[in-house]
Design a binder for this molecule. Sequence first.
Ligand code: GRF
Length: 191
Amino acid sequence: MFRVVVLISGTGSNLRALLQACTAAEYPAEIVAVGADRDASGLAHAAEFGVPTFTVNYRDHASREEWGAALSEQLRAYAPDLIVLSGLMRLLPAAVVDEWSPRIINTHPAYLPEFPGAHGVRDALAAGVTQTGATVIVVDSGIDSGPILAQERIAVAADDTEQTLHERIKPVERRLLIDVVQRIAAGEALV
Ligand code: GRF
């Protein structure tokens, strides 16, 4: 079975959707572990689905590079065919990207290359755009700059707040992510 490790930092609602998708007999991937860079509440979803978890706490390491080395050590232990960043709010050091790319993808709550970075939803609102989107990309050494695997436009409502807009983006992210992981597990090339 196609082995997936998911990395999170937050509530893991997108992770939960992928965990749920993997319970379907015909879905060609399994999540073999969920990792976090902090004590993320989303790890509870993995526990509920009986999936092992690990935490490589960023604060326990002297540098991004040292944290990255410890993270890669955990990743190797699970021998993933694909790593999915789903709300990991941490830039991976180059050594981690080099080791795993292109078998590492990320979901982003904007229509890349529009609004890259940690605040895509807030930045779209601040820019006053009437539409934004959701994107799944291959992680490269840049910031949300890798090859686009899937994306979809989402309208911005005049009365949207960051929260209402983000909560409308997430279901689209989940659908795109579940479809992309299925395509990759079925053998579609990443780049
Ligand atoms: C998602 O929108 C993801 O794209 C962004 O952070 C959000 C994580 O949400 N990086 P959740 O933790 O999956 O609920």
